[in-house]
Every structure is written in C-alpha cells, then in structure tokens.
Design a protein around this ligand. Structure first.
Ligand code: ZN
Ligand code: ZN
Ligand code: ZN
Ligand code: ZN
Ligand code: ZN
Length: 184
C-alpha cells in the first residue's frame, strides 16, 4: 500500500505534464462557447485543462435597411447587442442615357437619391473611309460627337508585274501610289 502512492504521484505528474505539453502546442480541449452577457455578442470558451480563455464575436445581424428615404446608404443592426454597421450604398439606377445631344458619354441617375453615375462612352461610328486621296490609312468618325478613330492601312494593290531587268516583281497601290517589290 505504502509503495503504491509514489507510483500514483508519478502517474498524475506524467498526466499533467502531457496535458501541459498539449496545451503548449495549442491543442486545447475547449468547453462550448458561451455569451459573456445577455446583450453582448462576445462569446467565450475555456480550455478544460489549462483554463485558458478564447473570445469570438458573432453578431446576429438584421437585414440591411436604407438610412432614410432620400439616401441610398444602408445600415444594419445587431439583434443582440444593438451595434450598427454601414454597408455599401444600394442605388436604384434608371436606364443609361446620353449626357447631352452631342455627347457620347452615358450617364444614369438613381431615382432614390438623385446620384449620378458616369458610365462608358458609346459612339455611333460611321463607315471606315480613306484618310485622304493620297493616304490609305483608314479613319472613321462618330456621327454624334465627331470623334475620330484611326484604323489600319488598306492598300488597293495591282497585280504583281515582272520586271526582267532587275529580276523583281512590282505592284502599285492605285490609291496612294505606293510601290512594293519582291524577288521573282
Ligand atoms: Zn489548454
Ligand atoms: Zn451583436
Ligand atoms: Zn441612390
Ligand atoms: Zn461619339
Ligand atoms: Zn495605298
């Protein structure tokens, strides 16, 4: 009997050492989460072995609501702790329309708060045409705002023609008169 007690002491020392090592390696054995108080969203849990505590905040958010009738800002409130949070504005946009008669900028208006948003540019391009009688560069113009866009160069090449003197073939653009050569 008397020589069993030291054995038990050693075993319990070993056990608590193992627990200490486990908790040191953050392998805690947690009890369940409990709220700190009735109107708080902070939850606490305690390790069964080392009694360390850990916290977490878990709100019970209501749905987003507009701040007021003429604002699109949204807020929500927590059921438990009454904390509020602001979200992104949620506008109710009308259709995109041109900013003015001779502008190609599209704008839209929120019919709740009157906010404007400027969107992309939407041109009404005419057909591609030659830049000038002596250039084969293509350009086109917007029928609304007269914006100009440069395109690729498109030559009107003739057939390849042989030139026996220098053993090369030649073709000529009938629009800009540029010449191009290649070996026969
Ligand atoms: Zn622990
Ligand atoms: Zn809360
Ligand atoms: Zn709005
Ligand atoms: Zn335009
Ligand atoms: Zn040309």
């Amino acid at each position: 009997m008397s020589n069993r007690e030291p054995y038990n002491d050693v075993m319990s020392a070993v056990q608590s050492f193992i627990i200490d090592v486990a908790c040191f390696l953050t392998l805690h054995e947690w009890n369940g989460w409990e709220y700190l108080s009735q109107d708080s969203c902070t939850q606490v849990r305690t390790c069964k072995n080392c009694k360390r505590k850990s916290n977490s905040i878990e709100h019970s958010w209501n749905s987003w609501k507009y701040e007021s009738d003429c604002s699109c800002n949204q807020t929500r409130i927590c059921n438990r702790c009454s904390q509020t949070e602001s979200g992104l504005p949620d506008h109710v946009w009308d259709m995109w329309e041109y900013a003015s008669l001779d502008s190609c900028f599209l704008v839209r208006t929120c019919h709740r708060c009157g906010d404007h948003a400027i969107g992309k540019v939407s041109h009404s391009w005419g057909v591609w045409e030659y830049e000038s009688p002596t250039s084969c560069a293509q350009v086109r113009f917007c029928r609304r705002c007269n914006a100009r866009e440069a395109g690729e160069t498109i030559h009107k090449w003739s057939q390849w023609q042989s030139n026996e003197e220098n053993n090369k073939q030649k073709r000529i653009c009938s629009h800009c008169c540029e010449a191009e050569y290649k070996d026969m």
